[in-house]
Design a protein. Structure first.
Length: 297
């Protein structure tokens, strides 16, 4: 199956434009399945794969302790792989995953910060200290625009329109979208770009907005570390990480009356059902307020 897997991963990269992380995750799922087929069932060709064989594999992984959410990722990888093969002339007569259903998983509501906690986090970043302007701009932009950490890492100067306060970002599936940037975030960005960023620029620097001390683009890992470090300095006891600011962005917009479709557009969600989780978060907040303040709650 190795050749078919290689061909499929190339398709994901060139035709679908999916991220390196997604390609790696999908390849790992497919390679592990192929290895199991070969060792446990002596099946080495995609033409020999059947739906019962796939069910046996998933059952084995479940008994081995793989969580429902991880099994769901494996099922999705197998479904898109065999759908791809069945669409190729002569590659496969029938899709063995056609009747395969996704496992039901418990849906957890995303954690969020309240508006006072976000304010405390941002205001705790001392801009007079080295890299303070940069780090404040990072946190401001994450919260102001609900960016994914990878989108923040790849944000470029030429894609930021300060006049319109709009940033063009490339999200999942290589899809571009325009996100508004708040007035405070724009001020923080302007201060950083005018004062601190020129000191970080080296000969090999690109046009990414956020640079490291070496003048290179900040990686997603380093951005994560920066947010975590600034959160510790703020004294907030909540576990703060970059995606928490994205959740908070969406929840606060919804809580202040924003339309769900607009929030979907700003977050870059392909499916409205992904955005709808924030309606449950907001309902929880409303119930908490009601319990606290209503005399007969």
């Amino acid at each position: 199956m190795e050749q078919e897997i290689d061909s499929f991963i190339r398709f994901l990269a060139t035709e679908r434009g999916l991220s390196d992380n997604y390609q790696l995750s999908t390849r790992r799922s497919l390679t592990e399945f192929a290895a199991w087929c070969s060792s446990a069932r002596q099946v080495t060709s995609v033409r020999e794969v059947t739906q019962p064989l796939i069910s046996d594999y998933l059952s084995t992984r479940k008994k081995g302790g793989l969580s429902a959410s991880s099994i769901k990722l494996v099922v999705v990888a197998l479904k898109i792989f065999f759908r791809f093969l069945s669409g190729k002339k002569g590659a496969l007569e029938r899709d063995p995953t056609e009747t395969l259903t996704l496992p039901r998983i418990e849906r957890y509501l995303p954690e969020t910060l309240n508006e006072l906690q976000v304010e405390r986090l941002i205001e705790s970043i001392e801009t007079r200290h080295p890299l303070g302007l940069r780090d404040r701009a990072i946190v401001e932009l994450l919260y102001a625009s609900g960016l994914r950490i990878s989108e923040l890492a790849n944000a470029r100067l030429e894609n930021m329109n300060f006049e319109e306060r709009i940033l063009r970002v490339t999200g999942k599936g290589n899809k571009m979208r325009l996100v508004p940037v708040g007035r405070r975030a724009c001020t923080a960005l302007t201060s950083y770009i005018a004062t601190e960023r020129p000191k970080l620029v080296k000969r090999r620097s690109g046009s990414e907005i956020f640079l490291s001390r070496r003048g290179t683009k900040l990686t997603t890992v380093r951005l994560w570390q920066i947010v975590k470090a600034r959160a510790r300095q703020s004294g907030l006891e909540t576990n703060i990480y970059p995606h928490l600011l994205r959740h908070s962005f969406a929840t606060h917009l919804l809580g202040n009356g924003a339309d769900l479709r607009i929030i979907q557009e700003m977050l870059g969600h392909a499916d409205i059902s992904t955005t709808q989780v924030y309606t449950h978060v907001d309902q929880q907040r409303l119930k908490a307020v009601h319990r606290k303040f209503h005399p007969r709650a």
